[in-house]
Structure formats: structure tokens, C-alpha cells
Design a binder for this molecule. Sequence first.
Ligand code: PLP
Length: 396
Amino acid sequence: MATQQGRHFLQIPGPSPVPDRILRAMDMPVIDHRSAEFARLGHEVLEGSKAVFKTTQPVIIFPASGTGAWEAAIVNTLSPGDTVLMAETGHFATLWRNIATRWGVNVEFLPGDWRRGADPAAIEARLVEDRAHKITAVMVVHNETSTGSTSRIAEIRQAIDNAGHPALFMVDTISSLASVDYRHDEWQVDVTVSGSQKGLMLPPGISFNAVSEKALAASKTNTMPRSYWDWQEMLKPNAGGFFPYTPATNLLYGLKEAVAMLREEGLDNVFARHKRLAAATRKAVEAWGLEVLCQNPAEYSPVLTAVLMPPSHDADHYRKVTLEKFNISLGSGLGKVAGKVFRIGHLGECNELTLIGALSGVEMGLAAAGVPHRSGGVQAAMAALEGNVEANAPKV
Ligand code: PLP
């Protein structure tokens, strides 16, 4: 492949591009993680990140990818032989299910067709049936990154309450946090799992468990073995701004900056921007005559759009051509939809012009790879963005 000029367009649904401001904030000498200077940073990020989760309860930060935080949620709250209820929203729900299974948890996996979010009514019906309260936890992926469907967490909370069921509620917000409205305390989520490399606009490498009192109580009696992931071991030094082992110091500098950026823009404006860019993307897909994978408009993802390839066209071939010709990375289809969909990420450091640039790459790529489509998708997206000027004005 010839060397490509200009800036690479990283339009996968995470890792997302890291803003220059965050890169600069991380460009610091590594400091002593047992020093008073570190304790100040530790306090700032442990306290500051709470606003992003909309919680006043502890947020635990692991030097790990999101998968580590998934495992931490399981080993701190469940015991081998427990039964949990999960929903098959796509590839990531399946991977989280697999981890729970490997830890000896019995997972009831509500089947799904990967074209919508978790069904609150199905969850309620199963919990009502569980009169003996054998189900210890309900575990849901908020934004299913493999499909572009966003589950309705407030409605699932309501479903659990309607059933009068005491199960813990655990939610994966790895690709939704700081992109989609999310309320850990208001929705009484017990463990919110998240990661750095998507809406928080950081490089990969740190991940989170926001935990409720009920989850902390469960962690005192559950019997799953753990060491590195143990919340209690974390919370003790965290009280002084420290970590029990070497933290990802420079990512924490970045996190401090990301929290400041989100505060400056205002979370509601951040969420509105993501929705606006997603709506324009769907207009482009419609104009191309292609189909969005998510079939429930109430669950369209503000973070990414998964697009179905016309039959007998390979999405990975299309992505390869598009990368080679136009220097843009699009997300691949994962698991069951491998080769059948490509994913356009529109999250984090993304604005109207980034999106239009990305959609131009997608459209030119469709032509270059010989994928049947109509032109005019970029035009349709521009019209959607232009028509929205009033609604776009930031709320003050
Ligand atoms: N959950 C969701 C929804 C994800 O999108 C991802 C990664 O893309 C993960 C979990 C796994 O996170 P990681 O790859 O950081 O381990």
C-alpha cells in the first residue's frame, strides 16, 4: 500500500480518536505513584469521573481494558453456581456471557436477533416467573457496539421494579458512557462497567466499575475468588487518592482532561451532538439505498451505525478497499454478522465536518468497491445537519 497523505480517519466505534488536548495533557513525565502529587491527581479523577456516571457512589478505575472491568463486576458480586439473566443483544453481550460462564455462573441468555436492544418486557416476565428469587443479577449491555442498538436501561430498571425482584442490576456502558444519556444512581444500577477508549476519548488502557452500596454489600458475602480485581483492596488506598498497584498514571492525566472537556461542553450537549450525527448518518444510509442493522428506531445507537451489505457483497472487502483508497478505518462485522455489516463510528471527538468527511469516504468506497448503491448519501446527511441548526444550538 502506498504511503497515504493527510490525517487518517479512525471511524471505528472505538477506540475513537484522541483529541489533541488530551494528548497534550498526557504528555507528562511519569510521577511517583506514592507521592502527594499523585494523590492529588488520584483524588481528582476518582471524584471527577463520578459526574460522568451520574453517581455520588464509588467509581473504581482499573489499569485494564473493558474486558477486565467485565470480569471485575462478576467476581466481586457473584458466586459459582449463581444464576443470572442476560440478553443476547449481539457480540459483546455474548462475550460477557462467556466470561460469566467460565466463572461457573449459570447464565440464562434471553435470545435475540442482534437487530434490537434488550427487551424490558421479556426481562420482566422472566423475573416475575422467578418467585424463589434464584436470579442473582440482571446483566445488560447498554450500547451493543457490534450492532448499533442501544438498550433502554431506564425501562429495564422499571421492569425489575415491576417484578419486585431483588436482583443486582449490572450494565456495560463501555461504548455508551459520555456519548449516550446514562444515570447510574437514578436508574439504581449496581455495577456500571465502562472503558476509556470510546466516549471518554482516551486511549485504551483503563476501565471502570461504578458500584452501589448493594453491590458493595454483595462483595462482602460472595464467594468468587479474586485478587487483582478485588474492590475492597482498591477502595482502601483510593480513599487517600492512591491505588494498590501501579496505576496507569498518564492515562489518568488524560482522564482528568476528558472530564474537564465533557464538563465544558455539558453532558446534555454531548448527548445531543451524538444523536444529531447518528441521525444524519442514517439519512446517508437511507439515501444510498442500504439498510441499517438496528430495526427499532427507539434503539438506534447515537454512537455507531451498523450498515448491512447487499447480499453477496463482502463487508470486509469493502472496508479494505475504502481503507486503501481513502485512508479511513470503518468497523468490521463481529461474530454472527462478520462480513455482513460494516460499522460507522460517530462518537467522541466527532463533529459535523468530521462526519461529512467520513461519510464521503464511505460513499466513495462503495463506488470503488463496486457495491450497488445510489449516490447522494453525503448530500442527505448535509441536509439533515443543515436543517437542524435551531436544534443544534447549545443549551446554556
Ligand atoms: N463491551 C462493549 C460494549 C464493547 O464495545 C467492548 C469493546 O469494544 C467491550 C465490552 C470489550 O472491551 P475491551 O475491548 O476494552 O476489553
